[in-house]
Design a protein around this ligand. Structure first.
Ligand SMILES: [Ca+2]
Length: 249
């Protein structure tokens, strides 16, 4: 019986190098695909980091004022975190005329709003270290309990017990101020810029509205973002949410 032999046809011989070649190409394509995917992930991660300079709890989603400071002047009224636009976040600090009714938080579950039973001035603020060419972004809104905005650049005085203002003031404004200045300062040297403000003649309410402001002129400095709400003509609910930093174009 002849010894079995393994024979190879010319076509198979020709095919072997071809198969090895196709395997090599397949490997090369896999390597290239993995490299491309890795590059895409790296690019995505770096562009994502670039899009979000840090500003902790600018959206109030911790459900409290972590990262922020508040100061409330007056017998009854304050900045509060709320979830539902028709439920006073602190029922012991609210006026029934008109009752608390504001838009629901425009971003996420929580936002900041003022509520009050008596007249006063309320400050919500935080310091921002401007370490890049950033744009400030926020969403603002308000519900004035009376028809008229009164906008004097005057926040009244507070002796720790009683708030006093000798002119009508019914307004909401957001300024960039010198971090070293007193919280109620309206001195021209202390107010670096005004991001938003209600003015005489404005409508009595504003739906949630985005505002942006270029912070790049203060790059390398620390500025204080100060939101101020004042009323002595009726309740004035002012709200803010989604405060964040973006890279300026
Ligand atoms: Ca929010």
């Amino acid at each position: 019986m002849p010894t079995p032999t393994i024979t190879t046809t010319p076509s198979e011989q020709a095919g072997r190098p071809t198969r090895r070649g196709s395997t090599s190409w397949r490997l090369l394509w896999i390597v290239l695909a993995v490299a491309a995917a890795t590059a895409a992930v790296v690019l995505f991660a770096s562009s994502g980091a670039r899009d979000q300079p840090p500003l902790s709890n600018g959206d109030f989603e911790t459900g409290d004022f972590t990262g922020w400071s508040t100061e409330d002047w007056g017998r009854s009224g304050e900045w509060l975190i709320y979830e539902d636009g028709t439920t006073p976040p602190n029922p012991s600090v609210t006026d029934d005329n008109p009752p608390f009714e504001v838009p629901d938080p425009p971003q996420g579950q929580y936002a900041a709003v003022t509520d009050m039973e008596y007249s006063g001035a309320r400050f919500l603020y935080r310091d921002i270290e401007v370490t890049g060419p950033w744009t400030l972004h926020a969403i603002v809104f308000y519900e004035n309990g009376i028809e008229t905005i009164y906008d004097p650049l005057y926040f009244g005085t507070f002796n720790g017990d009683t708030w006093f203002a000798n002119v009508r003031s019914q307004q909401f404004r957001i300024d960039l101020v010198d971090p070293q200045a007193p919280i109620n300062s309206v001195e021209a040297d202390d107010i670096l810029a005004t991001v938003f403000r209600t003015q005489s003649g404005d409508p009595p309410s504003l739906e949630p509205t985005p505002v942006t402001f270029d912070l790049s002129p203060w790059e390398g400095q620390t500025v204080r973002l100060r939101a101020t709400q004042i009323d002595n003509g009726g309740p004035f609910r002012a709200g803010i949410d989604d405060v964040r930093l973006e890279w300026a174009n």
